[in-house]
Design a protein. Structure first.
Length: 403
């Protein structure tokens, strides 16, 4: 009996292929958006976490001037020239809870090697930079404290810079010109990609801070101080200690601070928030599409009931029960939505792979999304077919045969 009901349901759907296909489009779009939302959301989350980890643990950024974080981006509102290398030393030596501190001065400059000229970021810093940023040489070495104190012209190339200037050759031991000043390459940094603040860590050349400020750019200040706290719990106290120390060192009195302190955790929160908003928008699209799909299936099933009144009457007269009629139409609705769900699942998977490749982040197979998509399809099918199936089961055989 049940197999006969299933055959009847499949036969009815096969007779109305075009109408059945149109009825499933809304479900296809809804399930596709749902799968895509979960895959993209998880992929974006992993990408943000990877970027955050590449910045270093328990990291505070002391910036000269007024700096805020919006949407995961560090935005400079005001600049200042009061932050110095001595400030960085004082932070490291006098603030409780500071594990390491690295002053930074960076600027764009032309770099030449032979006939090749590129424009890249020159980052002046100290040896502690590798610890603070969890960023180490892949080939060669980083410069030493002695080289920094002696203002030695040594350079560590970012991975992409090394490829641009030297191709497949080993650059260690060779010379380059930074703003026409000769430097010796002592190392090449490991590939890192873009960090949480949007900077390409591979597109830079790292040199001693003293060499950068006094011999290359001729300045007496730094732009940032990267501070690594001893633990996550100590970050608030460390930030307050830095604020109190620098306020006194800069003799600001009652004036507002001429520096800003931001925790990289705030960047993570902002980026995660932005990713969550995107996920909510995609979820809204999925919900609307599923609603439209459900209404489409409902309309098709009601029309099918109306067109097949005589067929229902004949089946009832031949002994089919009300339950069999109800089950048949419910199965038709369920098959429509499941077909839409499978198509939406396949399309969502394909789009998820495409987005992952284009965005260059880790591919996330949305198994959770697939399970949810199938369940949503079943629920949509049951809810959309329940009323038409009930209405079909109420049709009296004698009245149906009179039509």
């Amino acid at each position: 009996m049940r197999m006969a009901v299933v055959k009847e349901a499949m036969g009815a759907l096969g007779a109305q292929r075009r109408r059945s296909l149109l009825a499933t489009i809304g479900v296809v779009i809804g399930v596709c958006a749902l799968v895509l939302m979960i895959a993209v959301g998880e992929g974006a989350k992993r990408k943000v976490l990877k970027e955050f980890e590449s910045m270093g643990k328990h990291l505070l950024v002391v910036s000269a001037g007024k700096v805020t974080i919006r949407g995961g981006r560090v935005i400079q509102h005001e600049t200042a020239t009061t932050l110095t290398i001595d400030d960085a030393r004082a932070v490291k030596d006098r603030v409780v809870g500071v594990k390491a501190a690295a002053p930074i001065y960076d600027a764009l400059a032309l770099v030449k090697r032979g006939g090749t000229v590129i424009r890249t970021r020159i980052t002046g810093t100290v040896p502690a930079f590798t610890q603070v940023r969890n960023f180490y040489p892949l080939h060669g070495r980083f410069f030493t404290e002695e080289e920094m104190r002696g203002r030695v012209r040594v350079a560590v190339l970012g991975y992409s810079v090394a490829e641009s200037l030297f191709g497949a050759a080993d650059p260690v031991g060779h010379g380059i010109l930074i703003r026409r000043i000769p430097f010796k390459v002592v190392g090449v940094m490991e590939p890192k990609g873009v960090d949480a603040s949007g900077e390409d860590q591979d597109d830079q050349i790292i040199i001693p801070i003293t060499t950068a400020t006094l011999r290359v750019f001729h300045v007496t200040y730094v732009k940032n101080i990267l501070v690594q706290a001893s633990s996550e719990g100590a970050m608030s106290e460390v930030a307050e200690g830095i604020r109190h120390l620098l306020h006194g060192r800069h003799r600001l009195g009652k004036r507002s601070d001429d520096f800003s302190i931001n925790a990289m955790e705030e960047v993570l929160k902002e980026k995660t928030k932005a990713a969550s908003i995107f996920a909510v928008l995609v979820a809204a699209v999925a919900a609307v599409s599923l609603m439209v799909g459900a209404i489409g299936v409902l309309a098709v099933m009601l029309l099918s009931v109306r067109e097949r009144i005589q067929e229902i009457g004949i089946r009832r007269a031949a002994g089919a029960t009300r339950g069999a009629i109800l089950l048949q139409f419910l199965l038709e609705s369920l098959v429509l939505c499941l077909a839409g769900g499978v198509l939406g699942l396949a399309l969502g998977m394909a789009l998820s792979v495409s987005v992952s490749l284009l965005a260059k982040w880790e591919l996330v197979l949305p198994v959770k999304g697939a399970i949810i998509g199938v369940l949503v399809s079943v629920i949509t099918g049951v809810l959309s077919g329940l009323y038409p199936a009930y209405k079909a089961s109420l049709i009296h055989p004698i009245q149906a045969l009179k039509l």
